[in-house]
Design a binder for this molecule. Structure first.
Ligand SMILES: [Cu+2]
Length: 522
């Protein structure tokens, strides 16, 4: 359906107040529930799921090293999911409750029991908890750099549905280093969660219960290999506008979509040149230096902290547009409209220093272990595409067991046709390079033959990342260190329709053998 663009102002998710604060510890209770919310002036209210009655959820804003404890409560309908559940997927069959939730803090460096393991789900009022459920209260120690993280649902087999229904919100960490830079802050620091959805005329949220042109053999509901909505929302409003002053702003972009990638750029009204924009941060915090952007590519779950300076554009309109296929110029090609006022409410004293934060690259020589990780496209018994990591299903035993304190290189081999955004829990990594290889030869013989030199990551990827685009025909080489926590975590494709259908694997960080036992003499 066609909705008029830029008629609603951009909402900014409210900052959640802790229910208790004491001695550097903040305690929150966050309830998941079903509610109705107006997403556009001309659309009847939409039934959604969210945190604290809001889509997107309220932002949790905290400081480095401040301890945050959150009791995540499920008050969602007990028996009926808002969207079609495919019960043929892993861990979704008979006896498994349709409505189950578990919250993951994406980008958080957290204890295994607070990471939101997909099989640590719980239902309304904890009536049913999975065998791997551990605790009602999650602890986030925030021993990490200032960064734009997000919390979202991660329940096994239905993450795509729970996130699409609205279960996502920002989690922002500040620190002194960032504060000393005098970047645009306060009301000039605004997060954008960009998502695509489809609606029926009556405002109902639509999600397909089968792929287009389904074969009669398919189950119903049946997972789709990817989802692309026809409507773009920012912070829960369809094609909103934002009034800005002619000054610098910091925008924290998050692609919170299920499958859609965005290639974003600002466009000035008429034929004028758009404002300059600089990227200052990645998934894991500040870059070493600002990077001038022409356009900004964001895969699902990637974040970019960006400065846009409107000082030369008083009285003008600037559009944020998207050119990443599949796209229609007039709908999914449009994201948001800035309306620049012609006056300042106060002088702009913010700065964007040419040096932001030191970045110490990890070297290949630091690695204790190098692993080849590959994507495999298989077909399931219904004839559906089935994307696998290392040819293994989710339910198979753990094969990757990094040692605590070790540094690993992962070569992510993509011999398929599409880009997959790979996310690893617990750690932030660095991208070393991407190198083209002969995918045909690899698919037939398993032999890895490079066809060109390794290419360095883009300048705006030369920081800490937790999600990386693994392009087809390339080996994407990343390096990471496993510190502080042992136990079970996951890595997966962040296209949620892939993640939900086996493109996810456990990893287990192992303790090193005890020094005493290593040196024991008989
Ligand atoms: Cu994927």
């Amino acid at each position: 359906m066609r909705l008029t663009k830029f008629v609603d102002s951009l909402p900014i998710p409210p900052i959640l107040k802790p229910s208790r604060e004491c001695c550097g510890l903040s305690y929150y209770t966050v309830r998941m529930n079903e509610f109705q919310q107006k997403l556009h002036r001309d659309l009847p209210p939409t039934t959604l799921w969210g945190y604290e009655g809001l889509y997107p959820g309220p932002s949790i804003v905290t400081w480095r090293d401040q301890i945050v404890r959150v009791k995540w409560e499920n008050h969602l309908p007990v028996f009926r999911h808002l969207l079609p559940v495919d019960t043929t997927l892993h861990s979704s069959g008979p006896g498994i409750p349709q409505v189950r939730t578990v919250v993951h803090l994406h980008g958080g460096h957290v204890h295994t029991d607070s990471d939101g393991y997909p099989e640590a789900w719980f239902t309304n009022n904890y009536e049913i908890v999975s065998p791997l459920f551990k605790n009602r209260v999650y602890e986030y120690t925030n021993h990490q750099r200032a960064s734009t993280l997000w919390y979202h649902d991660h329940a096994i087999g239905i993450t795509r549905l729970n996130v699409y229904a609205g279960l996502a919100g920002f989690y922002i960490i500040h620190d002194k280093e960032e504060q000393c830079l005098n970047l645009p802050g306060g009301k000039y620091d605004i997060p954008f969660i960009i998502q695509d959805k489809t609606f029926l005329e009556d405002g109902t949220l639509y999600y397909p219960d089968r792929p287009a042109n389904p074969s009669p053999a398919l189950p119903r509901p049946c997972i789709v290999p990817g989802f692309f909505g026809d409507t773009i929302l920012v912070n829960g409003k369809i094609w909103p506008y934002l009034e800005v002053e002619p000054r610098k702003y910091r925008f924290r972009f998050l692609n919170g979509s299920n499958s859609r990638f965005y290639n974003i750029r600002p466009e000035a009204e008429g034929k004028g040149s758009p404002p300059a924009w600089l990227q200052i941060g990645t998934d894991g915090g500040l870059l070493e230096k600002p990077v001038e952007l022409n356009q900004l590519m964001l895969a699902p779950a990637e974040r970019a902290d960006v400065i846009i300076n409107f000082s030369q554009f008083p009285g003008q309109k600037i559009r944020l547009t998207n050119i990443q296929p599949p796209v229609e110029e007039d709908t999914t090609g449009q994201i948001l409209e800035f309306r620049v006022k012609d006056y300042l409410s106060e002088p702009d004293t913010s700065t964007v220093p040419s040096f932001l934060s030191p970045f110490y690259p990890l070297s290949e020589c630091d690695a204790d272990l190098e692993r080849n990780m590959f994507f495999k496209i298989s077909t399931d018994s219904y004839g559906r595409p089935h994307f696998l990591l290392n040819g293994t299903m989710w339910s198979e035993p753990v094969t990757e067991k990094p040692l605590l304190g070790s540094t690993e290189i992962w070569n992510i081999i993509n011999a398929g046709a599409g880009i997959h955004p790979v996310h690893i829990h617990l750690i932030q990594f660095q991208i070393l390079n991407r190198q083209p290889f002969n995918a045909g030869l690899y698919n037939t013989t398993g032999k890895l033959e490079f066809t060109g030199p390794a290419v360095l990551p883009d300048p705006n990827e030369m920081g800490w990342k937790d999600t990386v685009r693994a392009a087809p025909g390339f080996v994407t080489k990343i390096i990471m260190r496993f510190d502080h926590y042992t136990g079970r975590y996951v890595w997966h494709c962040h296209i949620l329709e892939h993640e939900d259908y086996d493109m996810m694997r456990p990893i287990e960080i192992m303790k090193r053998p005890c020094l005493k036992s290593r040196h024991r003499y008989n």
